[in-house]
Design a protein around this ligand. Structure first.
Ligand code: FAD
Length: 328
């Protein structure tokens, strides 16, 4: 069941990085969550991307391993890359998941960047094509979708679940799984989850764009990539956390200005390219970064709080909740 005529959540509004974490973000998670949980999360994302590549191997989702990079303004975190690579060996199977590529800074044309870290496993995809291909795959296996169907209330009795819809008749199910992510507050007010808005801008084509790939900055709070010869740039939530804890999927001037400042100082120094599109989407965050995948009642389950890398995380989250439902 989906309340939108097409999916109306983050999945169609994201930056479509096929990523599992940059060095500074993983290190920050290790410091706040502990290495075991932080690496478990990285492993779930890495595996999720492999599942996507496997189940949609022949599907036109524009999945490319274009390489990911992190821009660093100083060398504070560099001495931890060796240890991080050792830990990541168990996940990626490579002794050098992250390597220094600072020699590329000049050719990419960045300003104010002293080091560049390369991740040769990172890529990108097309979120609309991904959703369309997943939908087709699900339909082929017998799944029925009801769009434009908002669930207003859920009532559980020992033998079934009743779903009260916004406009249509009530629906009945043996089991349900809540995949409502940031929008879960009304149906599941007790769940530890806050909506977090992410904003993006897309430039007009840039003649002779110098870089190709996905890029992270400041623990992933800024991210950009080339989309053909355009730049897709998002983030800056860390410049105004409080205003961005919202369910309003609109862009705001302060965040868009912060993105444009970053664009014309770091990414394309001295240039102010035309911005052709701006949009916002809502992620789900919480006190913890781990997704919530649980059995809630005898007949209901949830797969929520996918954070800022839910494209990668979703396949493992989906598989886990399916296993729980089979047992339940
Ligand atoms: C700006 C932005 C950039 C991002 N960039 C990336 C990225 O580059 N890489 C990455 O991996 N992740 C990225 N993410 C995160 C990623 O998009 C999300 O983690 C992921 O899409 C979450 O998927 P979901 O299915 O859990 O939630 P959603 O896609 O939000 O889906 C929840 C759905 O539930 C529906 N719904 C809610 N309530 C009801 C109801 N009562 N009845 C019926 N339907 C309901 C909503 O309409 C919605 O379609 C980004 C997110 C944003 C916002």
């Amino acid at each position: 069941m989906e309340r939108g005529i097409t999916p109306a959540g983050a999945s169609l509004r994201n930056a479509s990085f096929a990523c599992f974490g940059s060095v500074t973000e993983i290190l920050s998670d290790i410091d706040s969550m502990g290495s075991e949980k932080a690496l478990q999360l990285v492993g779930m994302r890495f595996e999720g991307l492999r599942i996507l590549q496997k189940i949609l191997a022949a599907a036109p989702i524009d999945f490319t391993i274009c390489k990911g990079y992190e821009l660093l303004a100083d060398e504070q975190k560099l001495n931890r890359i060796g240890t991080l690579n050792e830990w990541l060996y168990l996940i990626t199977g490579s002794p050098d998941t992250f390597t220094l590529a600072s020699d590329k800074i000049e050719s990419f044309g960045f300003n104010g960047v002293s080091h560049l870290i390369e991740n040769r496993f990172e890529g990108s995809l097309h979120p609309g094509k991904l959703l369309n291909s997943l939908w087709q795959l699900a339909v082929r296996t017998g799944v029925q979708f009801l769009f434009d169907t908002e669930i207003k209330e859920v009532e559980e009795t020992p033998d079934r679940i009743k779903l009260v819809t916004q406009n249509g008749p009530a629906l009945y199910a043996a089991q349900i799984v809540y995949c409502t992510n940031a929008f879960s507050g009304q149906l599941l007010p007790e769940v530890d989850l806050v909506p977090a808005r992410g904003q993006i801008l897309l430039t007009a084509p840039i003649p002779a764009l110098k870089f190709n790939g996905t890029f992270h900055y400041e623990e992933g709070y800024y991210y950009f990539r080339n989309l053909g010869d355009r730049i897709l740039l998002g983030g800056a939530r860390n410049t105004s956390f409080q205003t961005e804890y919202t369910l309003d999927a609109f862009t705001s001037l302060p965040i868009q200005q912060a993105l444009e400042r970053f664009l014309s100082t770091v990414v394309l120094p001295g240039q102010q390219p035309q911005i052709e599109q701006r949009w916002a989407g809502i992620m789900a965050m919480g006190k913890e970064k781990m997704p919530i995948v649980e059995q809630l009642t005898a007949r209901s389950f949830c797969a929520l709080r996918l954070g800022g890398m839910g494209v990668a995380l979703a396949p493992v989250v989906g598989r886990t909740v399916a296993e729980l439902m089979r047992k339940g």
